[in-house]
Design a protein around this ligand. Structure first.
Ligand code: VGL
Ligand code: ZN
Length: 210
């Protein structure tokens, strides 16, 4: 296996590798736990490592349970546009919100928590779903002179994809390491996400070809 260090100015951005997105979790992504060893191996090649953590209040508006009679995975209209209603997941302080127990987290420079406002969801690590409210990550990376963001994590078609597209929009070079991601694939969302990312200039690699 190739283990060369990535260039200075490159950041490994690890999206939502949390219990609730792994088998047994509230919003389990098939094979979500399989990426942990791959991500841990990759971490050693990056000087800058950032984790994101989906971090919702118990009454979050993206939860089907918050909406009387609403089915999980149905779509509702929010002030900022369409929103999928998810099973309750990643509640602040819960076991489901914790990182996967085997994920190396001690060497991360920064943990970005997102989705902590009841009224608005945040798939992206950069902007909440209104596409305006910022998490601050773009400024953080820019001030640290990061020019290239390599994305891994869960889920490919939601938080990884939204983060990748926002990173492109902010002017970063963006690469998604596909073997270190897994998708939800809600009604073809995985294929659509891959197409959109490719069309917007996201690069794809594997942890071996990176
Ligand atoms: C995610 C749905 C809801 C994700 C987070 O991490 O992809 N998906 N919250
Ligand atoms: Zn969420």
């Amino acid at each position: 296996m190739q283990m060369t260090a990535m260039a200075e100015g490159t950041c490994l951005l690890m999206i939502d590798i949390q219990n609730d997105f792994c088998p047994g979790g509230a919003l389990a992504v098939a094979g979500g736990d399989e990426i942990v060893a791959v991500v841990n191996r990759l971490q050693g090649r990056f000087a800058t490592r950032v984790l994101t953590q989906d971090w919702h209040p118990a009454d979050h508006s993206s939860f089907a349970e918050t909406h009387e009679g609403a089915a999980p995975f149905s779509i509702v209209q929010m002030a900022y546009g369409e929103q999928v209603l998810w099973p309750r997941h990643c509640v602040q302080g819960s076991h489901g919100a914790r990182f996967h127990a085997d994920l190396v987290t001690d060497t991360a420079d920064l943990i970005v928590r997102k989705g902590f406002r009841s009224a608005i969801d945040s798939y992206s690590a950069f902007f909440e779903n209104d596409k305006k409210t910022t998490t601050g990550l773009g400024g953080y990376l820019r001030e640290r002179e990061i020019g290239h963001v390599v994305l891994v994590g869960l889920a490919t078609d939601f938080c990884v994809c939204y983060s990748a597209l926002d990173a492109v929009g902010l002017g970063f070079k963006v690469t998604v390491a596909t073997d270190a991601c897994r998708g939800i694939d809600l009604d073809g969302s995985l294929g659509a996400a891959m197409e959109t990312m490719a069309a917007q200039g996201v690069n794809f690699a594997t942890s071996e070809t990176l």
